[in-house]
Design a protein around this ligand. Sequence first.
Ligand SMILES: [Ca+2]
Ligand SMILES: [Ca+2]
Ligand SMILES: [Ca+2]
Ligand SMILES: [Ca+2]
Length: 459
Amino acid sequence: MKKWKTTALIFSLSFLTISAGAPQKKIEGPKFQKYRRINFSNNLHDSLLTGLQNETKPFVSGQVLVKFRPSLSRYWRQMALTAYQSETITIIPKVEIYHLEIPEYTSVEEMVYLMNMNPFIEYAEPNYIAHITMTPNDPLFNMQYALNNTGQTIGNVPGSPQGKENADIHASSGWDEETGKDSVIIGFVDTGLDFDHPELQNKYVSRGKDFVNDDDDATDDHGHGTHIASIAAAETNNGIGIAGVAWNCKILPAKAIDDLGIGTYANIIEAIRWLADSGAHIINLSIGGEADSAALEDAVKYAYTSGVVVVAAAGNDSSSVLYPAAYDSYCLAVAATDYNDAHASWSNTGPQVDIAAPGERILGCVPIWYPAQVWGDFDVDPYAYGYGTSSSAPFVAGLAALIKSLKPDLSTRDIMNIIRYSADDVNQDLFPGVDDYIGYGRINLEKALRPIRITKLGK
Ligand SMILES: [Ca+2]
Ligand SMILES: [Ca+2]
Ligand SMILES: [Ca+2]
Ligand SMILES: [Ca+2]
């Protein structure tokens, strides 16, 4: 039995020297014809390695990580490595993983493939490169201080204000944990959606429902709804435009607000009910009214008890929290912070405020037909800045969708509490703890999605 193992091992190794075009040092030993018949050297790269050649999974060239089967002695492991003409950089203790340097004349892809053919190797894989944070390739990402604030200038015209480093929702580090599942749906009660926008055209579940015009096409004739939906879930890492919070989650629009930005409670109630019954896991309400309404509260309660996380804007007129945001038992009321993590002066206050998210100069999509924005010499059409707790709420809706993606079995209440308790109390100098301005604080994706963080200790 031992002889079989060793000969088989050496044979599968000898093959490498042939296919890789190494100096022809023939290794003797193999007697097993079933191995001999396999011809790996032809079209290997073309046919077999595409899975590895993925630019989203970079790895160190010239290195591989290998784990041998425990039954193989150290002596035979060393023999194998010699045959593969690979040198051990280190053996990682306890896990017994060999970190290897491979010969120059072969590729990581080829070596990994060949080593994985060897029955005495449990696995071989590239030495992949990890990142501290996920930075999407969307070119306007550097203008989205709310996602990643580096202290950049917020805007591209003279006199634009300056941001403050880390006054953001810590999106990049949160995305390390979760970028969203396409099975998770965010519903929007708003003015509709531009279904033709390049950042949204692949993101909607259906054309939704229009309760203003009473049809099955929630096309946006105002612009607000498109902007709001894009903050939560614009197509991300697609090389154009902006990044959304929930990269891969889906959008379902319910139009309850007309082309002038006005909607009746009846239409809003119908829209909430329809979204809850149509598979939405999250409902974003970047809308509000001054009137308390038992019917509106019932609609929000219906969504909540149906298992939907409801997120609503607190309002923008320096007064008390609007409805439906004020329905404390059933939804998260969202206040606005700015690019310095300060409470926006116009953002409504009250004990119902749960959390805050940036709401000043928030870049988002606008419908293609929307009048082009004047941005100095920088063309960002069809994108524009938005202001208000309307813009804050979809950051929270996006976070709720990421939590739902990561842990689909959590209750609505649990998701709401994770969002609350993971927030940063960014005004603790003035108002320590929960307060009427920003509630628990400005949301933090990293803490919400990675509740237990293991920090590597120094020596
Ligand atoms: Ca319509
Ligand atoms: Ca994009
Ligand atoms: Ca509340
Ligand atoms: Ca506080």
